[in-house]
Design a protein around this ligand. Structure first.
Ligand SMILES: [Zn+2]
Length: 356
């Protein structure tokens, strides 16, 4: 089945993890044997060949670069200009992947339909470029709101104003507080350019404020459910209801700590917490039950988003194993039509509507 994955930090892996994503992940992992600068070394699951093997032909791929003010101990750049430069390096990598025929940017209805037709033409997928919709995770790197139009011109189509911690335009996971006037300006500019608001990572205050001030299209690329794992990073049922009312699609994520309760980073293991792909269905099903249909959820795996096999479902060896998910939905009684919506149809409907 054709799969859309709405959240992958591909350029971050290429440039900060130094992974050549044109190689199979088995080879990338082999080369990382013995490295211990990051907890997920040699435990990666994502590469372009493995995406093709899994028939995951369209992804939302990020630029990501945080600004940290003095006293903020999260990793990040000390000025917005440095963060912008980092994001431009990431853009240069995506462009190089396009020139190599490995990826293709999807940024309007025409390129979307052409790409979907290519991936559904019956030919083997091993030579097809992986389509990517460019998204920015955390808006700190926008030096000014005027930079948003420059980014739109090189293909940016979605922005999540916040990531972890306090941000320049919005407050994110583990932070509290509102977006303020500069955040409102950002939302206004996104609306003018028809850039999708990614509500993922917004803290509760900023989340409600963003929905109030933004009249454009809203999705949540990678977000699980607070009722199942109680953390501010997750959505409460009220937040889920509000997103459904806005026509949003929410991407279910495969980061173990967001899937199973009580995860302790670096201590818990997927095996000991029984973290399998089936747990993702619990989160997705919770949203479907609130919606009363299967129209508002998809996959936004976040795989290799600074974690690897040590912190994702143990029945997933590479991202190609997303192909195991349709059978898990069917076991829960989802119809074939609903499974297609959940694996790709909802994201495609959202994009066709947003870009029409
Ligand atoms: Zn994220």
């Amino acid at each position: 089945m054709f799969i859309v994955d709405a959240h992958l930090d591909l350029s971050m892996n290429a440039l900060e993890w130094n992974r050549d994503l044109t190689l199979p992940i088995s080879e990338i992992n082999k080369r990382e044997a013995g490295l211990n600068d990051k907890p997920d070394r040699a435990k990666g699951v994502v590469s372009l060949p493995d995406l093709r093997r899994g028939n995951i032909g369209l992804v939302v791929a990020t630029q990501i670069a945080r600004y940290v003010a003095l006293g903020n101990n999260l990793p990040g750049w000390h000025s917005p200009e440095q963060a912008w430069a980092q994001s431009q390096g990431q853009m240069a990598w995506y462009k190089a992947m396009e020139e190599a025929g490995e990826m293709v940017q999807i940024n309007n209805l025409e390129t979307l339909e052409k790409h979907i037709a290519l991936w559904n033409d019956g030919a083997p997928s091993d030579k097809k470029p992986v389509g990517y919709i460019l998204s920015l995770e955390g808006a700190d790197s926008m030096i000014t709101v005027n930079h948003v139009e420059r980014a739109y011109n090189y293909g940016l189509r979605a922005i999540g104003p916040a990531h972890y911690g306090p941000g320049r335009y919005a407050q994110g996971t583990d932070a509290t507080g509102f977006m303020g006037p500069v955040g409102h300006e950002l939302l206004k500019e996104m609306e003018r350019l028809n850039i999708i608001l990614d509500a993922t990572h917004l803290c509760d205050d900023s989340f409600w404020e963003a929905l109030d001030h933004f009249n454009g299209h809203v999705w949540a690329s990678h977000n699980n459910v607070r009722a199942l794992v109680d953390h501010n990073r997750q959505y409460s049922d009220d937040m889920i209801k509000a997103l459904i009312e806005r026509g949003a699609v929410i991407g279910g994520a495969l980061d173990a700590w967001m899937m199973v309760p009580g995860w302790v980073r670096g201590v818990s293991t997927p095996q000991a917490t029984n973290c399998t792909l089936d747990v993702l269905i619990d989160h997705i099903d919770h949203i479907c039950q609130i919606a009363g249909n299967a129209n508002h959820v998809g996959i936004g795996s976040d795989l290799d988003g600074a974690f690897g096999r040590e912190q994702c479902p143990y029945d997933l060896e590479t991202i190609a194993d997303l192909q195991k998910i349709p059978a898990l939905f069917k076991k829960r009684g989802y119809s074939d039509a609903d499974v297609e919506k959940l694996m790709h149809g909802n994201w495609l409907r959202f994009l066709r509507n947003a870009w029409k």
